[in-house]
Design a protein around this ligand. Structure first.
Ligand code: C5P
Length: 310
């Protein structure tokens, strides 16, 4: 029996993300696709509270619709806690209370943020002190987006999206997120892209898999210029995500009409991310989208990855 290092529990916060660029290459035998992506962590958070316990349990609360989130071994946070315990030889369990702020099945990596926050929280709770390198390895075993949620900021992801290189990003970018009540399943969207490609559809404009992050994008991030970033933003999953969702195509053009520099589907969707010139423009876009009956939020990036709050 290991005694908890932090008997009162640990509170860790981890951010949701936007894929500012998402180039999808061929599907490998393991079912995963080669990616070239640029992640940016934004100011919409998952809060994980980890309490000492003999067994493993998860409780979900939150501002977003949490009804569909499992609390058994299908839950990525539960899997993260058990993986860390097994790896570090910890006999204790944990009770995880997860307050969700990132939309569920929204393409913003909410589940991955839960897993990243849980690794950091349980590491502190149990005093396992695995260090950032080992935590990154465990994160990559849990899911392609989990390492980025640990890392935060702005980063280029290659491989399955889990091999990260930090990208220099100056200043702050203002985003408006348009949420959907109905989520999208990530494997379904990737599968649809494969089908579309098999039929010669859904390719990037240059009809070649876009596995190179454009130099212009890295420059725009480095100098913090939203006007320069907007025209190079791209998501290969977008045609697959909006295929059956006329509402998303309409909202994308609405956001731009209301003053956004551009809008893209975030990850595998259905959340839409609109890049705005600054806070004032973002407030207008948010209000106008809300006036059309959409749930819209103004956030900013980049922000830090999974961090202990208390
Ligand atoms: O790693 P994660 O569990 O987040 O991935 C969810 C699903 O997204 C995978 O099962 C796979 O269908 C798809 N995916 C992919 N290629 C990637 C990342 C995710 O096909 N590089």
């Amino acid at each position: 029996m290991t005694l908890a290092h932090r008997p009162d529990g640990v509170h860790v916060r981890a951010p949701g993300k936007i894929n500012v660029y998402l180039g999808v290459g061929p599907r490998h035998d393991d079912g995963y696709h080669a990616l070239a992506t640029v992640f940016q962590a934004v100011s919409l958070y998952e809060d994980v509270y980890a309490y000492p316990s003999e067994g493993f349990s998860v409780e979900i609360v939150g501002d977003v619709n949490v009804a569909d989130v499992p609390t058994d071994d299908r839950n990525l946070a539960m899997r993260a806690a058990k993986l860390l315990a097994r790896t570090a030889g910890v006999d204790d369990g944990v009770h995880l209370r997860i307050r969700k702020g990132v939309p569920v099945a929204g393409g913003m990596g909410g589940g991955s943020a839960d897993a990243a926050a849980t690794l950091v929280a349980c590491d502190a709770l149990w005093g396992t002190e695995l260090g950032p390198h080992r935590l990154h390895e465990l994160a990559a075993r849990l899911g392609a987006d989990v390492p980025f949620a640990l890392h935060g900021g702005t980063a280029v992801g290659t491989g399955r999206g889990d091999q990260l290189t930090p990208a220099l990003a100056r200043g702050r970018f203002d985003w408006v997120l348009a949420m959907s009540e109905q989520g999208l399943s990530t494997p379904t969207v990737y599968g649809r892209l494969d089908e579309m490609r098999a039929h010669g559809e859904g390719l990037a404009d240059d009809a070649a898999p876009s596995l190179e992050v454009p130099v212009a994008m890295l420059h725009a991030l480095r100098v913090g210029d939203a006007h320069e970033l907007a025209p190079v933003m791209m998501n290969d999953l977008e045609p697959a995500a909006i295929a059956d969702r006329a509402d998303l195509a309409l909202a994308l053009s609405d956001g731009v009409r209301f003053g956004a520099l551009t809008g893209i589907v975030s990850g595998s969707g259905p959340t839409l991310a609109f890049l705005c010139a600054g806070p004032g423009a973002a407030r207008t876009v948010q209000e106008e989208l809300r006036a059309t009956g959409r749930d819209a939020l103004h956030v900013h990036g980049p922000v830090a990855g999974a961090r202990i709050i208390l």
